[in-house]
Design a protein around this ligand. Sequence first.
Ligand SMILES: C[S@@+](CC[C@H](N)C(=O)[O-])C[C@H]1O[C@@H](n2cnc3c(N)ncnc32)[C@H](O)[C@@H]1O
Length: 272
Amino acid sequence: MDQPSGPPTEIDMTRPSAARVYDYFLGGAHNFEIDRQLAAQIASMTPNLADTMRAGRALLRRAVRVLVAEGIDQFLDIGSGIPTVGNVHEVAQAANPEARIVYVDIDPVAVAHSRSILAGNDRCAVLHADLREPERILAEATATGLIDLERPVAILLAGVVHFIPDVDDPAAILTTLREATVPGSYLLISHSTFEDQPQEMLDAQRLSARTSTEITLRSKAEVAGFFGDFTILEPGVVHMPLWRPDVPSDVDEQPARFGAFGALGRNDRTVG
Ligand SMILES: C[S@@+](CC[C@H](N)C(=O)[O-])C[C@H]1O[C@@H](n2cnc3c(N)ncnc32)[C@H](O)[C@@H]1O
C-alpha cells in the first residue's frame, strides 16, 4: 500500500517523518514510500532498532492491561507518537470502553496523524505540546474534560524521557507530573540506558549525539530516581522484556539487547 488511508491534508508527504518511520517499524499503515526508504537505510545501519521499538510498544501494551485491571480509566500518554497498532486507546478501551486517553506529542506530524486516526473517538484527545512544559500539559489535558486529576490517573512516559537532556532538568519535570496526581495514580517510564550495553551500541550513541534527535542514556538508578516517592512495583526497573512478560517464553534470550529499562510506579501517599 503506497498511501495510508485518509492522510491528514496538512501533512507534507514528500519528506520523511521520524514519526511515520517509527510507525513503519511498528507495522503501522501511516507511512509513505519516502518514510519506508529512510526506514530501510536506518535498519541497515542499526538492525536492533526496529526490535527495540517493538519491545517498547509491547511493554506499553502490557502495562496498560495491568493498569486497566487495577481500575485505571484515564491515561495521559506523553510522547505518544502515532497511536497505531494496538496502542493505548485500543488496549484500554477494549477492556473498558469508558477509558479516556489524552495523547501528547511534540511532533506536528505525529499529532496530525493521531488526530486523523482518533477522529470520532470522543474519549480520546491529542495535544501538541512539549514534555518540558508539564504544567501546560496538565492544564490542557484537564481542559479537554477527559482527564480529572482529582481521580487516579496513569501517566505514561514510554520512550520519551531520554529525549530530555539533563540541562532541561527531567527530574523537575517528573516531580511536577507526580505532584499533580492523587494517591492510586501510576507512572510508567521506559528509558534507554548504557547499562549492560556492548561498546558498539555506545559508539553508535556517540554518533547520534550529532543529530537533532539526541538521546540521553541513563542508569537504572537515574531511572528509579524519576519515580521520586512513588512505590516502584514488581519487578522493579528492569530491561523491557523482563517487565511482566505475558508468558516466560516471550522473554528474549538477551533482554538487555533492547537497551532500555521499563518500570511502573504508584502513588501510595497517605491522604491528609
Ligand atoms: C520513541 S517514540 C515513543 C512512542 C510511544 N510512546 C511508544 O512507546 O511506542 C518517542 C516520541 O516522543 C516524542 N517526543 C520527543 N521529545 C518530546 C517532548 N519534549 N515532548 C513531547 N513529546 C516528545 C517524539 O516526537 C516521539 O513521537
